[in-house]
Design a protein around this ligand. Structure first.
Ligand code: SF4
Length: 367
């Protein structure tokens, strides 16, 4: 069985360990150093895992320990700036970073509730190092990699929000699935990604199954190999074209890691039973939705191990692209299915609050 590395990278720019990702062992050692009984570490971790990051709200710990936690740790690496709720239950959160020189820089996360699951889509960078021309985030300059604490704080603060203000109707009120599909390219922030995965998977963290975590990447081949070897979580690839010349434009990292390299890497990615790799394909009118695009996609996909997720293009102000029509999308899907390829059309959620795929972009800074 694959052994998961333990968390060692718990520092931030202040060099203080961050509460959202600190391990039980590291907290126990801190308790010992500060003359506190060992059981207090477990109490703090229990609060943390429920989404309570402010020591003043941890009801069963003494004041003295609250002061120690505030002194020794960065407890709240993010501050909630705004929450917008869509008519379909989707919630978009805007968080500001709480670190020197980045004060006021913002990232966005989205909660997508369904009847049987609650998925949180998290960001891994402020802006993005890559520059995919159809993506709203890509139009924002890269500013920083998020620390693991900042990545996990998004999940924990959404858990807390759900408890304080549950969803109504039939929607699920727990966070059950995590997707790294928000702002940024997670594999370009490998240290932050790996440490955040340790917290999501570990017994003293959120204890999620690998099957419930998906990392979405534009195709950084060496990093995908390492992700598979170390964590083996679900993988989604922003494919968007199976023709090199077009993918060079739509997903410029293709110039560095062209389709042949990506194909070999996907063939090697280890998959458990009944698991598959998702190939994301946003349909852009008369750009990548032509007959030749469909044929190239059919040739690229390995139907035994992969499925295609066709995504409706969500436009944003100033976008140079237009989405394919719904009828065209379903014809495209049918053609894939007729070739034995599992293909789905992703229902767009939270469009009214600009929370749908490719629409995330923190518009402003706050002080
Ligand atoms: S699609 Fe992903 S990798 Fe490309 S610019 Fe947008 S956030 Fe970055």
């Amino acid at each position: 069985m694959r052994r998961m590395p333990t968390s060692t990278l718990t520092t931030n720019s202040n060099d203080k360990p961050q509460l959202p990702v600190i391990s039980l062992a590291a907290l126990q050692s801190l308790m010992k150093d500060r003359g506190q009984p060992a059981f207090r570490a477990k109490q703090v971790i229990d609060w943390r895992n429920k989404g309570v990051l402010n020591p003043d709200e941890m009801k069963n710990i003494p004041n003295e320990l609250r002061l120690i936690l505030n002194e020794e740790l960065l407890c709240q690496p993010l501050r909630l700036v705004r929450r917008e709720c869509s008519s379909d239950g989707t919630r978009k959160y805007v968080f500001a970073l709480n670190r020197p020189r980045m004060a006021g820089k913002m990232v966005e996360s989205v909660l997508i509730p369904e009847e049987s699951r609650g998925t949180v889509c998290i960001s891994s960078q402020v802006g993005c190092v890559l520059d995919c021309p159809f993506c709203h985030t890509g139009t924002q300059a890269f500013e920083a990699n998020l620390t693991a604490g900042e990545i996990i704080a998004q999940v924990l603060m959404i858990k807390a929000d759900l408890r304080n203000e549950p969803l109504t109707g039939e929607l699920h009120n727990e966070v059950t699935h995590i997707v790294y599909m928000g702002m940024g390219e997670p594999l370009a922030n490998e240290a932050g990604l790996h440490e955040s995965l340790i917290m999501l998977l570990s017994d003293d963290g959120l204890k999620l199954s690998r099957r419930r975590i998906t990392v979405s990447t534009s195709g950084l081949v060496p990093q995908i190999n390492r992700l598979g070897e170390t964590f083996n979580v679900n993988l989604a690839i922003s494919l968007h074209s199976a023709i090199d010349t077009l993918r060079d434009v739509l997903v410029p990292i293709n110039k560095k890691h062209p389709l042949k390299q990506l194909r070999d890497c996907l063939n090697r990615y280890s998959l458990g039973k009944q698991r598959h790799i998702t190939l994301e394909y946003v349909l852009l009118k008369e750009t990548n939705d032509r007959e030749e695009d469909l044929q190239a996609l059919i040739d690229f996909v390995n139907p035994e191990r992969e499925r295609v997720n066709l995504i409706q293009f969500n436009t944003y102000p100033g976008s140079p692209y237009e989405g394919s029509s719904k009828e065209h999308m379903s014809k495209f899907a049918q053609r894939l299915i007729s070739k034995g390829i599992r293909a789905t059309v992703r229902r767009s959620r939270g469009q009214d609050i600009m929370a749908a795929c490719g629409q995330l972009k923190a518009e402003t800074s706050v002080e």
